[in-house]
Design a protein around this ligand. Sequence first.
Ligand code: NAP
Length: 302
Amino acid sequence: MYDIGIIGGGTAGLTAAIYGQRAGKRTLIIEGLNFGGQIVNSPKVENYPGIESISGSQYSMNLLNQALKLGSETASEKVKGIREEDGIKIIVTEEKEYPCKTIIIATGVSHRHLGIEKEEKLAGSGVSYCATCDGAFFKGRDVAVIGGGNTALQDAEFLSNYCNKVYVVHRRDEFRGESSLVDVLKEKENVEFVLSATVKDIVGEFMVEGLVLNNKKTGEDFQIPVSGVFVAIGQIPQNEIFDDVVRLDESGFILASEDCMTSRPGIFAAGDCRTKEVRQLTTAAADGAVAALAACKYLAAR
Ligand code: NAP
């Protein structure tokens, strides 16, 4: 029986394990893919307080080692769901069942992909899903942001401070994001809107060299030369397997506020998988700490 069962081995989950172990609890982290989460793919992390520069993979490795050294246990298994039996919470994986006194769900989100050829191949070689993480590496270059929501608009503004030129490529004429953000971009000399356009292909074999776009109104294809493509077309939580135990919002995020409490006592949600405004490494780490301490408090009250 684990005191705290943690689902997801990204920054939130690993931080929860560190805090749980340091509070003397027996913790288990279950991860279905790679320990470290989304940040593993970032070439450099330069926005984590106290760490000037580190690769995403090194950062993740350090975090995992820290949790392991403190005695946290791990399992590399795909979680199928959670059930409760006689007051015990049970994490059900494809292989086993893990009884736990409390559970922290820290499953993160996946960036929605364009689904075009070369996107996966050039990820990290010009294709990025995080302007905040990777924008500084495109200083003085021409880049494109794909999407018309608040993330794309904010990314474009952020990138306009580093890049020579920023194209905002959106599939419609109207933006989904806030008009005030659009107005800010309109004032920027180095930002150009490319509207009613979809991405058809990425030019470049080993690095991004440009984009082939399709004008949806005329049906014509045209190219823009860019060395970076920031895909900001929404994020997809993967919480469906938990919707019978905790409440989700209409987009599938677990309803929980800054205290990381879900609708189910003893089950907490930490990091990007929960409803929140800012999804960053620092906020995921903060959530991991908050959720673990909340779990400890729940255990003490039993
Ligand atoms: P979003 O609001 O869902 O916007 C996604 C954008 O990508 C939409 O413009 C959509 O086009 C486009 N898109 C979706 N699938 C596409 C595809 N396959 N190909 C091309 N374009 C595609 O996502 P988000 O911008 O990541 O924002 C997520 C949530 O966080 C939103 O509620 C947003 O308001 C919030 N947020 C808030 C702030 C803030 O400052 N308050 C900052 C960032 C995000 P269509 O418009 O045509 O559907």
